[in-house]
Design a protein around this ligand. Structure first.
Ligand SMILES: Nc1ncnc2c1ncn2[C@@H]1O[C@H](COP(=O)(O)OP(=O)(O)OP(=O)(O)O)[C@@H](O)[C@H]1O
Length: 392
C-alpha cells in the first residue's frame, strides 16, 4: 500500500504569499536556522485550492461511509455506532441529554488521574467538554477504527505513516551535542504516540523534523511516503496541510473570535466559504465550544483557547496530528479534557503524536511511549508509562 496522505502532485503546491499582519500569528516561530517554510500555508485569496485527490483513505470524510474511508474498515470495531445511533448522536448535539447513544457506552473513558480540585469556572469548562466528548457526533463525524492498530496495519499491509532512519540533527550552535542521534522509528496510521524525555532531550526537534521545519544533518525522514530530505520546498506547505499542529505557545489571533480563528486556517488554504461555514461550527461543537464561537481569546480561559487551537488543527481533517506540549500551561483538570479530546480524535482514526512532560497523563493513558534521552531513543514501548523522568 502506498501513501496514506493526499498525494503531492506537480502543480498542486500550496500558495505561498502572506497576508501582512495576520498569518504570522499562526506561524510557529522556529528558532532553527534551517527553517525556511512557515508552518501554515500563507493567506492568498487569489490562489485556487489544489485539485482534490480521488480518495484519501486517512482523511476525515464525514460524508463517506466508513468502508470507503478506513483501511481498517473490514476490522470489526466495537465502537462503530449503528445508523440509528448516529442519528441519536445528532439529537444529543442539539440539546437532548448525552449518554443515550448505546454505542458510546462501550467506549472506555480515560481513568482520571488523582482528581484535582477545581473551581466553579473550571468545573463548568470540564463539564462542557465532557458533554461534547460524550456526544455521538464524534463517532458519527469521524470514522471509528479499532484497537491494536499497529498489528492491524501490519496485517493489512499498511505502511508506516512516519519513518525515521538513522536520523541525526546537529544544530550549528551546538556542534558537539547532537539534538538527535541515530534515531530510528516507525509510526503507523491510527497510532497514538507519546514522546517523553527531559527538557532538551530532543522531543521538539524530532517533531519539527517530521514537519520539515528542521532538516536532519543525516538520515532519512519519510512522511506519508514523501522523503523529506528530497521533497522540494514548494511542496512543503502542501505536505503540512495533511498535518494538524498544536503547540503550547501557539497564539490565537487576538482580535478574532473563536469562529474566525478557526475559519482563518481554512481561508489560508483557499477553502470555499460554504465549506468554512459548514466545517467551523461543527469542529467547534466537537471541542465543546458551541456556545463560545463568538468569543475573542481574551474572553476564553487558557483551556478554551487551547481547544480553539485543537479545533483549528482538526478543521482541515488532517490524518496526522502533531502536538508539542499541548497541555503545558493548563491546570490538571483542563489538561485531562484536552488529552481526552486528542484521544477521541485518535479513536476516529487520526494518527496523533504528543510530546509532553505530563507524567500522570502518560501513565493513565497506557499508549505507545517513545522516550528520548540526549537525542537517543532509549525506550519505545507499545503501552508504556512516563518512566523515570523529572518534570524538567
Ligand atoms: N535552534 C537551535 N539551535 C541550537 N540548538 C538547539 C536549537 N533548538 C534546539 N536546540 C538544542 O537541541 C537540543 C534538543 O532541544 P529540543 O528543543 O528538541 O528538546 P526538547 O526535548 O523538546 O526540550 P523541551 O522539553 O524543553 O521542549 C537541546 O540541547 C537544545 O538546546
Amino acid at each position: 500500500m502506498g501513501n496514506h496522505f493526499r498525494t503531492v502532485e506537480d502543480g498542486q503546491d500550496a500558495p505561498a504569499a502572506n497576508a501582512p499582519g495576520t498569518a504570522s500569528h499562526f506561524a510557529y516561530s522556529s528558532p532553527d536556522e534551517d527553517a525556511q517554510t512557515p508552518l501554515y500555508p500563507q493567506a492568498d485569496a487569489g490562489m485556487p485550492e489544489p485539485a482534490a485527490p480521488e480518495l484519501d483513505p486517512f482523511a476525515y470524510h464525514p460524508e463517506m461511509p466508513t468502508s470507503q474511508v478506513s483501511p481498517f474498515a473490514n476490522v470489526p470495531s466495537p465502537e462503530a455506532p449503528a445508523p440509528g445511533d448516529m442519528a441519536a448522536g445528532h439529537t444529543q448535539a442539539t440539546g437532548a441529554p448525552a449518554g443515550t447513544n448505546a454505542a458510546l457506552a462501550s467506549i472506555p473513558s480515560i481513568p482520571d488521574p488523582a482528581e484535582p480540585a477545581v473551581g466553579a469556572d473550571q468545573a463548568h469548562e470540564v463539564a462542557t467538554l465532557n458533554t461534547a466528548l460524550e456526544s455521538g457526533d464524534f463517532t458519527s463525524v469521524f470514522a471509528p477504527v479499532g484497537e491494536s492498530r499497529k498489528k492491524m496495519a501490519h496485517e493489512a499491509g499498511v505502511e508506516p505513516v512516519i519513518v525515521m532512519e538513522h536520523v541525526t540533527k546537529i544544530y550549528p550552535a551546538q556542534p558537539n551535542k547532537p539534538a538527535l542521534e541515530d534515531v530510528n522509528l516507525e509510526v503507523y496510521p491510527g497510532e497514538f504516540v507519546f514522546l517523553v524525555g527531559h527538557s532538551g532531550s530532543g522531543k521538539s526537534t524530532l517533531l519539527r523534523t517530521i514537519m520539515r521545519e528542521v532538516k536532519p544533518t543525516s538520515g532519512r525522514v519519510i512522511v506519508a511516503g514523501q522523503d523529506l530530505m528530497r521533497i522540494r520546498n514548494r511542496k512543503v506547505p502542501y505536505l503540512r496541510r495533511q498535518m494538524g499542529i498544536v503547540f503550547q505557545d501557539f497564539r490565537l489571533l487576538p482580535n478574532k473570535t473563536a469562529y474566525e480563528n478557526v475559519a482563518f486556517a481554512l481561508e489560508c488554504i483557499g477553502k470555499p466559504r460554504g465549506v468554512i461555514r459548514a466545517q467551523v461550527p461543527e469542529v467547534l461543537r466537537l471541542v465543546g465550544l458551541a456556545d463560545q464561537m463568538n468569543s475573542t481569546p481574551d474572553q476564553l480561559s487558557g483551556g478554551e483557547q487551547q481547544r480553539v487551537n485543537v479545533a483549528r488543527a482538526m478543521v482541515n481533517r488532517p490524518p496526522l496530528l502533531i502536538c508539542d506540549e499541548p497541555t503545558g500551561n493548563l491546570d490538571p483538570a483542563i489538561s485531562l479534557g484536552i488529552m481526552k479530546l486528542l484521544e477521541r480524535i485518535n479513536r476516529a482514526g487520526t494518527t496523533v503524536i504528543v510530546a509532553t512532560h505530563d507524567r500522570e497523563m502518560v501513565d493513565s493513558m497506557h499508549r505507545r511511549v517513545i522516550a528520548l534521552e540526549a537525542g537517543h531513543v532509549i525506550r519505545d514501548q507499545e503501552r508504556g508509562g512516563y518512566g523515570n523522568y523529572g518534570a524538567f
